[in-house]
Ligand binder design. Sequence first.
Ligand SMILES: Cc1ncc(COP(=O)(O)O)c(C=O)c1O
Length: 437
Amino acid sequence: MPKFRIPDGEQDARHAYQVVADELLLDGNSRQNLATFCQTWLEPEVRALMALCIDKNMVDKDEYPQTAELESRSVHMLADLWHSPDAANTVGTSTTGSSEAAMLGGMALLWNWRARQRAAGKPTDRPNLVTGPVQICWEKFVKYWDIEHREIPMDADRLLMTPEEVLKRVDENTIGVVPTMGVTFTCQYEPVEDVAKALDKLQADTGLDVPMHVDGASGGFVAPFCHPDVVWDFRLPRVKSINASGHKFGLSPLGVGWVAWRDADDLPEDLIFNVNYLGGNMPTFALNFSRPGGQVVAQYYNFVRLGKEGYRRIHEAGFATAQYLADEIGKMGQFEIIHDGRNGLPAVAWKLKDGTDPGFTLFDLADRLRASGWQVPAYTLPANLSGLAIQRILVRHDFSRDMGTLLLDDYRRALEHFSKHPVSKSMTPAEASGFAH
Ligand SMILES: Cc1ncc(COP(=O)(O)O)c(C=O)c1O
């Protein structure tokens, strides 16, 4: 089979299929990929709905009005889940994932800030965005829109945003503050409510009114079901928009994210395009045009299939497994647990204990686990802790406690191996290069 040019002639469909399917054998086994936040197991009914929708284009809302209707209902269900004061009338959209959703949320912040500055007769050329340690989608957003990124660096004793650190960085050019519910590196929740209160006080003291967007890529589908007392969403009037990934803890197939605004007025009209060339006059606010409809339909299916109870039960099973793994890894003696599956996502993150020289690095361990198919990423943290390596596991609903015990057996075997055959003392610069999920 030619690999780098389109062959001149046809192939038999079964032969071509087999060649391609055989190549896919070389990919990792996704269920053993403990690095990803994204779904790797789906119900047969989801697969059936995906097949029904393979030919439906999400953008053709006039041709596929019922798919559009399911999208619209899903937006309102999410706005309601996130306590929008007027969930039935607010606005939002599905996207291809949280990256696109974050871009749209960020653009609305930028547009609204420009309008405020213009109204006050002030310049609009030096916008800035204040965040904690964020996922790369926010680095993209600030670069694409030429915005100064005031990212709060991590410290040895502080891995998250705090109100004090936020207040040091906001000024009249701040388009918004973005906390994350489930920081990518450690899976912890940032203190959204405390930051909102600090910004309320700032406004009362100085008049400066700084809006917030919450990156709920993972936590947006976890906290409402499992941590209802954590106040992070539209219950806080300062939170104007929220993004979340349907394909992460929303339990839907890869390719769906969501963004919703607290109130229809929080999304500037100027960002909405009306197109009439598909038949009918349709508003659209998205970076993509054509896009598959199946993921959105599957998301709606999950909402009605699982209900709040189903989401809670699935995620709680994940939390129980994560906490079990954290306790067992903690007992091994060489590791310090950074996130133990409490106050954050169903996940575990750990590092080597300070001052130890066990004869291996976390990168060596990750490499050794690959021999039995496990993908447990080791990566370095962002500034100011870029010299610190950690390892992390995401517990998704297809990673059972039984699978967890198998992983622990392999982990112990790897430690045993390195105790007999120590390999390295410290990270090489190449190993210490940043983590990109
Ligand atoms: C906090 C956070 N924000 C945004 C993203 C990007 O999401 P997506 O992969 O859905 O584009 C991720 C992905 O891991 C994330 O963890």
